[in-house]
Design a protein around this ligand. Structure first.
Ligand SMILES: [Zn+2]
Ligand SMILES: [Zn+2]
Length: 364
């Protein structure tokens, strides 16, 4: 499947971002993105205004960010109504989204304090509520802005690349726990608002700057140049046929984590029953510190541009790669399930329709 590179989760003047959809697509084109996903707060007006589709040579995908009770945020795709969900309890929101045939991701996996505002994330245990297809494992703005105070904005503007830490370890550990029993897709997120900074004539990351940082690479059915390509992006995201990469460190296009199980070729996001040893391969466009993890724990490490490993037992296998000690790539897992193990699929169907578990929910 071809690889496409995109940026997910940003806000425009349809909610509290500073730019228009045209600013977004122009920035995405200059940054070399194939697709960009806008998620304005609690509104579907951009879709109603028919912005979704190919613009400026970039595929613009429209979702929304729903504000639930206690201000936990959910990023949704394919919803018909989000306005009526505002401030409702999270379980109720996920139930209603399931009935709409929409898909939900946990927004920004970990809380942050930005300019004195407490940017809440949901509780880690919220992820376990049926109806989520996955999580924004690494939220770039929450990462680099956490702890920023107003009088440090000038130094932030000069030195934000040095503040990159990566996904929060608690979020990664919780993702590993969930993945042990069900597929749970990880995506990268920007949460970019392109906030203007008064007096300094600058922005806290323009759209274009943001689009050059943390990107989500997907393996999707080949784009046709028509609106149906939106469904191809969403299907890849929901299925976890994706990896997150800090492309500002090095362009990760071409990074691969694959396997062979009894003649079946496996890609990131694939789940296979355990029938015996599985050959796993990692390829990187540049030499990196590669760590292959099984159930969250290191199973093999190498400083190289390629790695081969024979999985001799079932488990959830995924790859992290670092460059000069800094976080660079996080892949979705290949899930090798022991016979009889629960392999409940928490992600949406391959077609990215109603989440498989949505029917089991009970509204509060
Ligand atoms: Zn949010
Ligand atoms: Zn947001």
């Amino acid at each position: 499947m071809p690889e496409y590179v995109g940026a997910i989760h940003l806000h425009t003047c349809y909610s509290d971002g500073s730019g228009t959809m045209r600013d977004v697509t122009a920035g995405a084109r200059r940054a070399g993105l194939d697709f960009v996903v806008a998620t304005d707060h609690d509104t579907l007006r951009p879709a109603q205004d028919r912005w979704e589709g190919w613009r400026d040579g970039v595929l613009l995908v429209l979702g929304a960010e729903v504000t639930c009770r206690f201000r936990s945020h959910v990023v949704v795709f394919g919803a018909r109504d989000v306005e009526s969900l505002m401030w409702k309890p999270l379980r109720r929101v996920l139930f209603d989204l399931g009935n709409q045939g929409a898909v939900a991701f946990v927004a920004h996996a970990h809380p942050a304090s930005i300019l004195g505002f407490s940017m809440k994330a949901g509780e880690l245990t919220d992820w376990e509520i049926a109806g989520f297809s996955g999580v924004e494992l690494w939220s770039f703005m929450h990462d680099i802005c956490d702890g920023m105070v107003p009088w440090r904005v000038p130094s932030f503007l000069r030195g934000w690349p040095g503040r990159v830490r990566g996904p929060h370890p608690d979020a990664v550990a919780h993702w590993d726990r969930l993945a042990a029993s069900r597929r749970f897709a990880a995506i990268g997120s920007l949460d970019n608002h392109a906030f203007p900074v008064p007096l300094l004539g600058a922005q806290i990351l323009s759209y274009e700057e943001g689009f050059r940082t943390l990107r989500t690479h997907i393996l999707a059915e080949e784009f046709t140049g028509r609106r149906g390509d939106v469904a191809r992006v969403l299907a890849a995201l929901c299925a976890g046929r994706a990896f997150l990469a800090l492309d500002m460190a090095a362009d990760a296009r071409g990074f691969r984590f694959e396997g062979d199980s009894a003649g079946r070729r496996l890609a990131m996001g694939d789940e296979a029953p355990w029938t015996g040893p599985v050959s796993l391969q990692v390829r990187s466009p540049v030499a990196a510190q590669i760590v292959l993890r099984r159930d969250g724990k290191p199973a093999a490490e190498a400083s190289a541009a390629a790695m081969e490993f024979t999985a001799d037992r079932p488990g959830v296998y995924r790859v992290e790669a670092r460059l000069e000690g800094k976080p660079w790539v996080y892949t979705n897992p290949i899930y090798l399930r022991a016979a009889g193990a629960s392999a409940e699929c928490g992600a949406g169907s391959a077609e990215c329709g109603v989440p498989a578990t949505a029917g089991k929910l009970h509204a509060e």
